[in-house]
Design a protein around this ligand. Structure first.
Ligand SMILES: NC(=O)c1ccc[n+]([C@@H]2O[C@H](COP(=O)([O-])OP(=O)(O)OC[C@H]3O[C@@H](n4cnc5c(N)ncnc54)[C@H](O)[C@@H]3O)[C@@H](O)[C@H]2O)c1
Length: 263
């Protein structure tokens, strides 16, 4: 898929990666870019910066009615949605001690919101014989996010759901990509580093921390190639291979890195 004349919705569009996607999609010639976020003021600021093709929307992705209403409103305004980017995500920065409310929030934002988006856009996309879903997952969804049990678990679920959609609907014209970056220089990672969280330090020590614009470059290439797995950090493919071939050796290497960072 190229972005020219496309109608795009981006959830978490006010954040680091979401706002870079909005700017980049507009630069690629998108017809409309809907910047949807829980933080409505920030979404408006991003949309204003992107220019006249952008439109801001207040959205809590964990509320299925709101997701349905946003999709209906976008289809009414622009006639269709070509690309829906389920990009909003949250971390917990904790392990098994994180309370049920924390696990529930991670599950709802990182996984269930992708189900709500698919339910809302699939009927029109399948009727038209085409459409694209970009799910921002994480390298944590194919590896492990040290220091964040709920993030690891829900991002694995998000990759699983994206793969299921791709296998099930590709022959009907639907395209699905799972975006799985490692470290990206956004408030999510910056706040973790500022707080000294082990997980954020492991990410920073595991490879390059990319800018959101570099991630947007990878997304545009990945969408053009209609690739399922979009890996802005190519080393993640090597890590995933090593993990699959030798899980014990992979985990031992990760524990060694953690011991080094803790020393
Ligand atoms: N930053 C990284 O290192 C990194 C790495 C891999 C994956 N990711 C993923 O990339 C995505 C974007 O994260 P980011 O790094 O840009 O972080 P960010 O914190 O800058 O942006 C996240 C955005 O999601 C919004 N959001 C949170 N809950 C929401 C809700 N319920 N409804 C609507 N919007 C909501 C926030 O308001 C924020 O604008 C997330 O899914 C994240 O898990 C980030």
């Amino acid at each position: 898929m190229n972005l020219t004349d496309r109608v795009v919705v981006i959830t978490g569009g006010a954040g680091g990666i979401g706002s870079a996607l909005a700017r980049r999609f507009a630069a690629e010639g998108a017809a409309a870019v809907v910047v949807a976020d829980l933080d409505a003021d920030a979404a408006r600021t991003v949309a204003d910066g992107v220019g006249p093709v952008a439109h801001a929307a207040a959205l809590d992705v964990t509320d299925e009615e709101q997701v349905r209403a946003l999709v209906a409103d976008t289809e009414r305004r622009y006639g269709r949605i070509d690309l829906f980017c389920a990009n909003a995500g949250v971390t917990t920065s904790g392990g098994v001690e994180v309370d049920d409310a924390g696990w529930d929030r991670a599950w709802r934002v990182n996984v269930l919101s992708h189900v709500y988006a698919a339910r809302a856009v699939l009927p029109a996309m399948l009727a038209r014989g085409g459409g694209y879903l970009l799910h921002t997952c994480s390298a944590a969804g194919v590896l492990t996010a040290v220091g964040d049990a709920a993030y690891t678990t829900t991002k694995h679920a998000a990759v699983g759901f994206a793969e299921w959609l791709s296998v099930t609907y590709r022959d009907q014209g639907l395209r699905v990509s799972a975006l799985c970056p490692q470290g990206v220089d956004t408030p999510m990672l910056a706040e973790g580093l500022a707080a000294g969280h082990l997980g954020a330090r492991v990410i920073a020590a595991s490879g390059a921390v990319l800018s959101p614009d570099q991630v947007a470059d990878s997304v545009v290439t990945g969408l053009a190639e209609e690739r399922f797995l979009i890996l802005p950090h190519p080393e993640v493919a090597a890590y995933a291979l090593r993990r699959a071939e030798d899980p014990d050796g992979w985990q031992a290497g990760l524990r060694k890195l953690v011991r080094r960072l803790r020393a």
